[in-house]
Design a protein around this ligand. Structure first.
Ligand code: M6R
Length: 355
């Protein structure tokens, strides 16, 4: 049952500390600073990685590809529904990774089959033991999030992001000092809990519910968070929502920005990406849009923005997980205020088993 929660989605949002603990448990050595995924510790370092996935899982794939590229491995995320129709070239030593919560998504299975038929190794990053993806791929890594009933993916997305870190660290040869990353992943459950205990997302709904549209921006790994924030918002609230890489705003979307379109800006860390996003915040404010910064306080996003959703300070790799939890809560409370059927949005199925 829903254990006292009004919706499975809210229950599953609150299960994230447990899900993240399960995903990470037994897969790292904090003293040695190493990460081990036993399922795949024999796989040699791939020359390149292609991710295939749909929907929320595609957003996790964008994140996974971004962190692998930061580690020097050529990596791209592909929408599974496009992959098999216009297959990107594969070189020997490319690993194709399907990210799929259910392990049954027809488009993702088709893309993985296409890759396999072209002779490369495939890997399923999935929540479902013995799913079709897990069985058909050469390798399977489980994210261990536990069953997810709500159509909207929540805890599985968070666990996919952690899974991408484990996968990347296992696949790419060292030596690296992983202690800061391990520490941050180990603290993630507590950090998520502190957001669940103190989020101001529900109050923002009182202020901004009824807007014309909701926009979400970010850069780098936070592009995945912006796109996921918008997808969650549209699928459960039925409100118009769009996510953009922040740098793309001025190439078109800015024309939509008005005082009635709140912009959620995901700004973590204090690097060049954060600074450039601060510039984008000013750009949309100049068009009258209220800005909600989702931030760790490392930059001065909170001072510039009209509102803030704070997240605890952590490593750059872990921050997107936390920022996304704030956006999950905003979308949930917006949909709830509008009386939407949150666990079963119209026209959508939990598992999309047709192409
Ligand atoms: O089971 P999968 O992860 O392969 O599902 C892919 C998408 O259908 C799924 O992520 C969908 O976008 C979410 N349920 C939306 O919240």
């Amino acid at each position: 049952g829903k254990s006292g929660y009004d919706h499975y989605m809210l229950k599953e949002i609150h299960e994230q500390p447990t899900a993240l603990r399960q995903c990470f448990s037994g897969r790292s050595d904090a003293l040695a600073g190493t990460v081990t995924l036993e399922e795949i510790d024999e796989i040699p370092q791939p020359n390149a990685v292609q991710f295939v996935a749909c929907g929320t899982s595609y957003h996790a794939a964008l994140y996974g590809a971004a962190i692998l590229r930061e580690m020097g491995i050529p990596a791209e995320a592909y929408l599974a529904s496009e992959y098999a129709l216009s297959p990107p070239p594969l070189t020997l030593g490319t690993l194709v990774v399907g990210i799929t919560q259910s392990g049954e998504t027809a488009d993702t299975l088709a893309a993985l089959r296409d890759a396999k038929s072209r002779g490369v190794n495939t890997l399923a990053l999935t929540n479902t033991v013995n799913s079709t993806a897990a069985r058909e791929c050469d390798h399977a890594v489980y994210i261990r999030a536990g069953p997810e009933i709500g159509v909207a993916a929540t805890k599985t997305f968070s666990s996919q992001l952690v899974g991408c870190n484990l996968l990347a660290e296992e696949l790419v040869d060292g030596p690296r000092d992983l202690r800061p990353l391990i520490e941050s992943l180990r603290n993630l459950p507590d950090d998520v809990q502190s957001i669940l205990d103190s989020s101001a997302a529900e109050e923002l709904v009182e202020e901004y519910g009824g807007s014309d549209a909701y926009f979400f921006i970010g850069r780098g790994t936070n592009v995945a968070v912006a796109l996921e924030g918008a997808l969650k918002c549209k699928e459960i609230s039925y409100e118009h929502a769009e996510g953009f890489p922040a740098g793309e705003l001025k190439h078109g979307p800015l024309a939509l920005v008005t005082p009635d379109t709140p912009v959620f800006a995901v700004v973590t860390g204090d690097d060049e990406r954060a600074r450039k996003t601060l510039g984008n915040i000013k750009e949309v404010q100049a068009r009258g849009a209220p800005v909600i910064a989702v931030t760790d306080g490392k930059s001065n996003a909170a001072e510039i923005a009209d509102e803030t959703l704070m997240i605890p300070e952590t490593e750059e790799r872990a921050a997107p997980v936390l920022a996304n939890v704030q956006l999950q809560l905003f979308s949930y409370h917006l949909a709830d205020a509008l009386g939407r059927p949150i666990d079963k949005p119209r026209n959508l199925a939990k598992s999309v088993t047709v192409e």
